[in-house]
Design a protein around this ligand. Structure first.
Ligand SMILES: Cc1ncc(C[n+]2csc(CCOP(=O)(O)OP(=O)(O)O)c2C)c(N)n1
Length: 366
């Protein structure tokens, strides 16, 4: 060690990064499970939510492939991050999601129809009836971090015991918005939890290619806040770790960063072909760790899940997303003026003129 040989140098800080896992890839539990995970009914709820998320993704990709949905970002393989973090929140907390959190949105009560509308380019899909306080899907990478800090600061100033939970990908932690937000969140001790869905890829850029940091969790160290890893394919662990961070924030102890290690099994979006930059053998390897089979295996081992349960869960999910897709496809298009209508209290003159023009064109073209 340098300080042992050099009297002019001493170590002033060291840090550890913890990694939590409760279920092994084959579903075998390790150690003592958290209380909620000892209730098979609670595990079943998490399982069904992951199955629904997968069914939603499958339907969305099918709709896009047949020209009935815009570009879509699947969460295949990442269902445990999305569902686990949502299950760790209370209804009154605030979700500030990225574009791959349909699992969390569905859990929190955004309807599948609304999510289809959003990806169909219809902003009414962001005006969800359910969790009104949650933020719409965030497409600009990392911009949700400062938004979450702003929301969390508001909660703190109002003295409300609520928490903002922000989700982004690994690539987002390479952006300035991330560092700025984390820094000020730490300085102001706001009630925010930053969850990184570390799916190893930012489109075609590997996590290792865009940071020399050994973990993304350690990026919390510089902000003076706790940072830890969790097995992001283990929904029990995600829920437990995020719940701890959320409760910490709720008690006024400040923000945390959680890096959930997972893998993007699908293309980045429907506009991408991942075979151009990653080896299909790598993807096959990661299928062995995926979250849905992991929890299913655990439920089967507990005697809490049968082949009939599985068939019914799949049918229920597929029916729900099929009905939601029908409702989405039957929704009449928004008026051409919609894009002007929710931007300003009073529309500036130049935009008012454009709105009038859009209205006139719509009237003439039908
Ligand atoms: C500010 C900004 N720059 C670039 C893009 C284009 N873009 C969309 S997704 C993406 C990569 C995101 O990677 P990551 O944060 O790891 O999330 P993941 O897609 O893996 O969930 C990029 C560069 C964007 N949406 N916003």
């Amino acid at each position: 060690m340098a300080e042992e040989t050099d009297p002019t140098v001493r170590t002033v800080v060291r840090f550890d990064v913890r990694m939590t896992r409760h279920l092994l890839p084959d579903g075998t539990p390790v150690g003592t499970l958290p209380d909620f995970a000892r209730d098979p009914a609670e595990l079943e709820r998490l399982y069904r939510a992951m199955v629904l998320t997968r069914a939603f993704d499958e339907k969305a990709v099918a709709l896009q492939r047949t020209g009935r949905l815009g570009t879509f970002a699947s969460s295949l393989g990442q269902e445990a991050v999305s569902v686990g973090l949502a299950a760790a929140m209370r209804a009154e907390d605030i979700l500030v999601p990225s574009f791959r959190e349909q699992g969390a949105q569905l859990w929190r009560g955004v309807s599948a129809t609304e999510i289809f509308l959003f990806w169909g380019g219809d902003e009414r899909g962001s005006d969800f009836a359910g969790p009104r306080q949650d933020f719409p899907v965030c497409i600009p990478v990392a911009s949700q971090f400062p938004h979450a800090v702003g929301a969390a600061l508001a909660l703190k100033l109002r003295g409300e015991p609520r928490v903002a939970v922000c989700v982004a990908g690994d690539g987002a932690t390479s952006k300035g918005d991330f560092y700025e937000a984390l820094n000020i969140a730490g300085a102001w001790a706001v009630p925010a939890v930053f969850v990184i869905a570390d799916n190893q890829w930012a489109i075609s850029v590997r996590r290792q290619a865009q940071t020399a940091a050994g973990t993304l969790a350690q990026k919390a160290v510089a902000a003076g806040i706790p940072g830890e890893q969790v097995d992001g394919n283990d929904v029990v662990a995600v829920r437990a770790v995020v719940a701890r961070a959320v409760e910490r924030a709720r008690l006024g102890e400040g923000p945390s960063l959680v890096e959930a290690i997972t893998y993007r099994l699908a293309d980045h979006t429907t506009a991408d072909d991942a075979r151009r930059y990653r080896d299909p053998a790598e993807v096959s390897e990661h299928w062995k760790e995926e979250p849905v089979a992991r929890l299913r295996n655990h439920l089967i081992a507990l005697g809490a899940w049968t082949r009939e349960d599985e068939e019914r869960a799949l049918e229920d999910s597929q029916r729900l997303v099929a009905e939601a897709a029908e409702a989405y496809l039957a929704t009449p298009p928004a008026p051409a003026t919609a894009m002007f209508d929710h931007l300003y209290e009073t529309l500036p003159a130049a935009l008012a003129a454009q709105r009038a023009e859009a209205l006139a064109q719509e009237a003439s073209h039908g």
